[in-house]
Design a protein around this ligand. Structure first.
Ligand SMILES: [Zn+2]
Length: 144
């Protein structure tokens, strides 16, 4: 089907970046909007001049659901596991998994996340940055 082939062609650089351990997204050359999932025109201005950029690897948690059946056989030993909707610090949103060993109960909306790519399975995985601090709050800077 022609449309499916066009979508595959647009999506190919995203998949190739995942296979190399990187997260990428599209940015419009006309209005600078950034987006995912991959598509042929800017969702803001419908411009067709865009390019790929590499994500820095930080995001925040928008929402999540918990799967009680494995969608993919490689996840059977992880049930129940969360599927996260995250927003890159650059703006685009995507679906991600939670790193093994991260506590499901510690998830909260707006949590700051660090990303890693499981290149073998072409999956984006997230961990909460709060889990690195043993629950201690960092001192806030005084405002003058
Ligand atoms: Zn645009």
């Amino acid at each position: 089907m022609v449309v499916a082939e066009q979508i595959d062609a647009i999506r190919a650089p995203y998949e190739e970046a995942l296979a190399e351990g990187r997260v990428s997204y599209q940015r419009c050359a006309d209005c600078a909007n950034a987006w995912l999932p991959p598509r042929g025109a800017c969702p803001a201005c419908l411009g067709e001049a865009w390019y790929w950029q590499r994500a820095k690897g930080s995001a925040r948690l928008i929402s999540w659901v918990v799967y009680h059946r494995a969608y993919d056989p490689s996840l059977e030993d992880r049930v129940p596991y969360p599927v996260l909707l995250i927003e890159l610090s650059e703006g685009p949103r995507l679906i991600a998994g939670l790193e093994a060993g991260e506590d499901l109960a510690s998830l909260r909306i707006e949590a700051e996340l660090e990303l890693r790519v499981d290149a073998e399975h072409r999956r984006v995985l997230a961990r909460t940055t709060e889990s690195n601090t043993e629950g201690e709050a960092l001192p806030k800077e005084e405002e003058n």
